[in-house]
Design a protein around this ligand. Sequence first.
Ligand SMILES: CCCCCCCCCCCCCCCC(=O)SCCNC(=O)CCNC(=O)[C@H](O)C(C)(C)COP(=O)(O)OP(=O)(O)OC[C@H]1O[C@@H](n2cnc3c(N)ncnc32)[C@H](O)[C@@H]1OP(=O)(O)O
Length: 218
Amino acid sequence: MSDLLDVDSRPAPESSEDSALAEYVAEVCRRLSAGLLRETGDDLRSVVAAEVRSVQWALEDPAALRDRVPVHPPRLDHRGRVRMFTNPVLSQRNPLAPPLTHVSDGDECEFRVTLPLQYQGPRNMLHGGYVGVLLDDVLWYAVRHASTGISFTRELTVTYERPVPLFEELRIVGRVVEAEGRKTFAEGEIVAGGQVCARATGLWIAPKPRRDGHGSAG
Ligand SMILES: CCCCCCCCCCCCCCCC(=O)SCCNC(=O)CCNC(=O)[C@H](O)C(C)(C)COP(=O)(O)OP(=O)(O)OC[C@H]1O[C@@H](n2cnc3c(N)ncnc32)[C@H](O)[C@@H]1OP(=O)(O)O
């Protein structure tokens, strides 16, 4: 397992414009995903055609994305290779990741998001596995801010109190409750319309230090 979890490196160079293009195309993919599940017949064809045109426009006109600042600009690792942030919840370049806004860090970490149709489990409700994914990431994020190195989820308990709705803003909150050596315990919740829909508690463990001073999960 990589020390950096979900960050890979790539040999080719990357400009800020490349990153902006990749994030824009990921956004188009998200709209397309919702459209494929929402539309049928001629409406389906119109949605597909419109989104394909918007990608063509971004590729053919170099000025098209000029004003877009990438959320994740290019970063290099110690070997000068591009570090790719692949996280399926937080990377704006990954079409699987929902359009999350990062509201706060620190003692309490908070994300906000309004989830579209592709995250549906029961009608108009968020798929239960995805409830766990969102809570895992926000708790992990709080742990990351409270500690110096990387930690891995060892245990996560999710309590589903009421359905998590789609199509309305969710607050996804995480905080550290206790830290003891390599172990950090955290808790959090997903809130919709002022009501807690799901809670989680969990344990994160930093890998044992390697002889070269870095962490290792293996
Ligand atoms: C916007 C820009 C952002 C940029 C940002 C970039 C990066 C963005 C990355 C995002 C990332 C998100 C990430 C989400 C989090 C994952 O999804 S991580 C992936 C899922 N998790 C895994 O795959 C972990 C798999 N498990 C493991 O690899 C290993 O179990 C671990 C976690 C490394 C721990 O292994 P270990 O060091 O051998 O653990 P072990 O010695 O057995 O236990 C350590 C201690 O914990 C205790 N312990 C173990 N289990 C328990 C328990 N259940 N209760 C109490 N104590 C326990 C043990 O007794 C032991 O205690 P001490 O003896 O030290 O007192």
